[in-house]
Design a binder for this molecule. Structure first.
Ligand code: SF4
Length: 333
């Protein structure tokens, strides 16, 4: 597996590492069955988009596959309890950040459990996710180091090695593959910073009628011609609908509010090794600004309804307590 890996692009190598991880998880999952093993796959997502099956399912004998056109649905009874608002007294230093708002957008109840009640997320870390977590830790190190000088690749690699030894998947069977992939992403990160003058990262405020949102950019830099660039750095791939995500609209609104319309927002995707200017049409910008304001109103009014999704709910760390809510008002300290 390790032999010949240099011939792959960063993107191919990341895909390969991810597939190895999936294959291992698939076999582990199969080996846990004691008497019966049933695998379920939804062909359609709640938003109507088709879902493609994992290629590992092709190994299943066709005689064992049973397709159901549309599973039965049980309607809620008329007297089913409706979600109530929670009266929350927020501490003076509680703020809505861009990441908190996008969490509310995905599922207000999950936002409530994680960010209001402070219940920890029991995310099962894989070697792949631990590698990416190490890269995000390096990003934080770079933000600090760049305040005085632009670190060289060797310095960034040395810093990354420390992070890796402390929290990377060093005991994983494919640790060498993951480490090599990480090195290529570190190199892409350093390359992408060439010729920029980095500034201290500060939260940037967006003021809307129902409150304030703070955007915490991954990078804040100035180009040689003086243009300010806010950059969102992702370690993975760029998705086809990437710039339709709320995060980019919030970056745009924050850039405009703080630096004027000449400031630009860039997206850096390390696995693709692409850095490009983010474009969001004025209509979409306007619609998402309105949506953000509505969400701020929802948070302020203590509205935290569930957003049930057959794909994301089983992976949610609060799956087994959802949809329980504490009774009475809540005072956050
Ligand atoms: S289980 Fe689903 S509905 Fe409940 S908090 Fe998690 S994502 Fe939201």
């Amino acid at each position: 597996m390790i032999e010949g890996a240099e011939e792959f692009s960063v993107s191919d190598e990341a895909k390969r590492a991810h597939e190895h991880e999936e294959e291992c998880l698939f076999f582990v999952a199969l080996s846990r069955a004691r008497t019966y093993l049933r695998l379920y796959l939804a062909r359609r997502q709640p938003n109507g988009m088709n879902r493609s099956a994992s290629r590992f399912l092709e190994w299943m004998p066709p005689a064992l596959i049973d397709e159901i056109a549309r599973p039965a649905m049980f309607p809620l009874s008329a007297d089913a309890p409706c979600p109530l608002s929670v009266v929350v007294t927020w501490p003076a230093d509680w703020i809505v950040t861009d990441s908190r708002l996008t969490s509310y957008e995905k599922c207000p109840r999950r936002f409530f459990y994680t960010h209001v009640l402070g219940l920890g997320g029991a995310r099962k870390a894989t070697a792949f996710s631990r590698t990416h977590d190490c890269l995000y830790a390096l990003l934080r190190w770079l933000a600090e180091a760049r305040r005085s000088a632009e670190p060289t690749l060797a310095e960034a690699e040395a810093a990354f090695e420390e992070i890796w030894l402390e929290r990377g998947p060093v005991d994983h069977a494919f640790a060498g593959d993951y480490r090599r992939l990480a090195s290529r992403l570190v190199a892409a990160l350093i390359r992408s910073g060439a010729g920029r003058c980095f500034s201290e990262i500060e939260p940037l405020a967006i003021d809307l009628p129902n409150g304030r949102i703070y955007v915490e950019p991954n990078e804040l830099a100035e180009l040689p011609d003086g243009t300010v660039v806010l950059r969102r750095v992702r370690t993975g791939y760029k998705r086809s609908d990437e710039y339709d995500r709320l995060e980019y609209t919030l970056y745009k609104l924050a850039a405009q509010a703080r630096f004027g319309t000449a400031a630009i927002v860039q997206a850096l995707h390390l696995t693709d090794d692409t850095a490009e200017a983010v474009t969001v049409s004025p209509t979409k910008l306007n619609n998402r600004q309105t949506k953000s304001d509505t969400m701020l109103a929802g948070i302020g009014a203590g509205r935290f309804p569930t957003e049930v999704d057959s794909v994301t709910c089983p992976r949610c760390p609060h799956f087994f307590i959802c949809a329980a809510m504490p009774e009475g008002p809540l005072t956050l300290l």
